[in-house]
Design a protein. Structure first.
Length: 381
């Protein structure tokens, strides 16, 4: 099967029907839990490796006193195997929420598929470079593979820490090409959102963020429309404009539309896009280094629309992205100011660090044209 195109931020994904012990990988990642007595109980993927090594994996773990508590990791070198080493990740004890004995033994602990996915992701997140391999079991587990692929994500624009080069996924029944295309589209959207969030605040001010959205919209077949601060002022959107007036780059509003196929009412997403939030004149005193994250809601909405543009479904999806930078300067909006909102109401500002509700209120009012199936706002907590 051909390799799946994947976002450059993740390892290249290669599904294969070859058994896990036969894969030419630098690291094989497997899982293990604990039985009712707390003893080591290898999961099916680890049992396969243990059998292929003549019991060497279990022996090495027991000799080293490995306890398979949640996310506990242990590297084991197994000479004479195709792979360089095995990384065992713990899934912890029985939780009783779902069937699935860890090692095929009915007395062994039961762990959920979700726990196994999370454990594999935890192991993969720490790996750098090379070819890594995991097992998807008998059937293609799209959620497990998605979790594993995203765990190889690295934001390396300012770092030399490499991501794994290739992710080999062993499964008895290979996925269809359509399934792989769907997975690749989801991965690209998530990685786009992560990259935008990870950008330093000084590199994603409203103008740069607008350019980034327009570029990805062109690649994803998404229609885009931008409102400048002057146009927003003419619309009466005093909240969004006011939040951004302390910045050297005024606020903007971006609408992204992924057209569906059924002609029904659209799903409308409204994302908070504060590219940096210092609090304005009510300056924050802590966590300022994290305030580049205040556009995470906008990133999630944009990623969803780009996914819909690349893989159209029945429903049209629209995202309204309210972009502004809330900083303090001689032109900042002030406590005590009264802003006239797009909806016609007036708002007295008692704290300039409550900027999100002002930006979202105007975006919601402009977006609410009366024809939406639902309006959803998305913002960081």
């Amino acid at each position: 099967m051909p390799r799946t195109p994947a976002p450059e931020q993740c390892a290249e994904l290669t599904p294969t029907s070859s058994p896990l012990p036969e894969l030419d990988a630098d690291v094989v990642v497997v899982t293990a839990g604990t039985d009712a007595s707390g003893a080591l109980a290898l999961a099916e993927d680890a049992l396969v490796i243990d059998r292929a090594s003549g019991g060497a994996l279990r022996a090495a773990l027991e000799r080293g006193g490995y306890r398979a508590v949640w996310a506990a990791q242990r590297f084991v070198n197994l000479p004479g195997t195709p792979f360089g080493s095995v990384l065992v990740v713990g899934t912890g004890p029985e939780n009783g929420r779902e069937t699935g004995p860890v090692g095929g033994d009915p007395d062994a602990p039961r762990v959920t598929l979700r726990e196994r996915r999370h454990a594999l992701a935890a192991g993969l997140a720490g790996l750098t470079g090379g070819r890594v391999a995991v097992s998807s079991g008998g059937a293609w587990d799209a959620l497990l593979v998605e979790a594993a692929a995203l765990a190889t994500y690295r934001y390396d624009r300012y770092s030399e820490r490499p991501r794994p080069a290739e992710l080999l996924v062993s499964c008895a029944r290979l996925p269809h090409e359509e399934d792989l295309a769907e997975l690749s589209s989801r991965l690209r959207s998530v990685c786009f959102a992560r990259d935008w969030v990870n950008l330093p605040g000084g590199h994603k001010r409203p103008e740069a963020s607008t350019a980034l959205l327009l570029e990805e919209a062109g690649r994803s077949g998404v229609e885009a429309r931008v409102w400048t601060a002057e146009e927003l002022t003419a619309l009466g959107a005093g909240g969004l404009v006011g939040v951004g007036q302390g910045s050297a780059e005024p606020a903007r509003l971006v609408r992204l539309t992924a057209h569906g196929t059924d002609g029904g009412p659209p799903l409308v997403l409204i994302g908070k896009g504060l590219t940096y939030d210092a609090g304005g004149v009510n300056l924050k005193t802590t966590w300022l280094e994290h305030m580049k994250l205040d556009m995470g809601g906008a990133a999630a909405c944009a990623g969803a629309v780009f996914r819909s543009g690349r893989r159209p479904r029945g429903r049209t999806v629209v995202a309204w992205i309210a972009l502004a930078e809330n900083v303090m300067s001689a032109t900042s909006y002030l406590t005590g100011d009264v802003l006239r909102m797009h909806a016609g109401t007036s708002v007295e500002v008692t704290n300039t660090d409550a900027e999100g509700r002002l930006a979202l209120a105007d975006a919601m009012s402009i977006a609410d044209t009366g024809d939406a199936a639902a309006l959803l706002t998305v913002a960081p907590p």
